[in-house]
Design a protein around this ligand. Sequence first.
Ligand code: R5P
Length: 366
Amino acid sequence: MTTVIVNSGTPVAGMLWTGSLGWLEHPADNREVAGSNPASSTSNKKNGRRWDTFMPVVSGSNAFELAEALAGELGWEHHPLEVRRFPDSEGYVRVPQESIAAIRTNPVVVVATTFPDSGIVEALLMLESIYDVRSGDMHNLKGEGQQDMEDSGPGIFLAIPYFGYSRQDKRFQQGEVVSAKLLARLLTRRCDGMVVLDLHAPAVLQDLDVPVSFVSSMPEIAHHLQEYVQPDFVLSPDKGAIERASHVAEAIGCNFSYLEKTRIDAHTIEHKAKNLDVDGAVVAIVDDMISTGGTICKASDALRRQGAKAVHAACTHGLFTGGAITRLANHVDGVHATDSLPNPRSVVSGAPAIARGVQDLIQRVL
Ligand code: R5P
């Protein structure tokens, strides 16, 4: 076998994700991949339950570093699953034999970003593999190990750093799919609770069969801005971001305002003119996500016209599509994002917020 190490993060056809070694070329499309990740041991006791080995945080190909950081936050153990792509691009997931005991005897957190689309399929495959292992369905054609085991009971939690399709949260026109709701229903089929980081509009995930913990990285973003930007003023670029941005302003102790935005199309927005008291101020624009950068650039232009001395942009989800980084560089003095998805402006960890959600779900569910 020729071993080729390439950059982590993006699924690669015919390659095997091995965690710390990155993507390795897989020898053949024969569904016989072995894995290993020896884990250490810790203990926990809650509501009379004893989890007497280590608590696993599992990940696939798109949230390896974040899962590692989350495990560190929680004092748990990171177990990378075996994930790879067949030559035709279909995904493959397997729980490594070494992780089975930990996953069966402890609550488990599955970290998966549902973006891009391949991340959705991988999340579903990961959840199904964990569900089978925990429910004791170990049947396999090779007859490896015990075929049937006891059901481990509830304890699968899905942590979604970036929930893809979150913006299609309403039926804006007749005949449309409410994609965010569909996705949530699919993802919660095999878990006992879900943590979602800075979801665009949480209302869409009401009425699910399992509890959802909505968490936010705004406390960590505020801390970062205070340390590196020291804003005098925080601006929400639209009404939807008021709650998040005002939290940041409050944490920093600075002035706050918001703009009213109308979206013309995916690439064009308009802001209603508003007088902002920003003459000579350092301003941070805070939003849940930056995609094309259009919203931030327009808001920044308005701020500069009113005398802002410096303008920074901060968000949880740095999608940065279609040249957004270059466009933003011409309009703002700095861009600050979390690592909810891999991006070139990731300076804040989403792990503390997700850890808060995991602890919340454990209290509520187990
Ligand atoms: C929408 O309301 C979101 O909160 C963001 O403001 C939006 O997705 C940003 O998109 P773009 O960067 O393409 O303007």
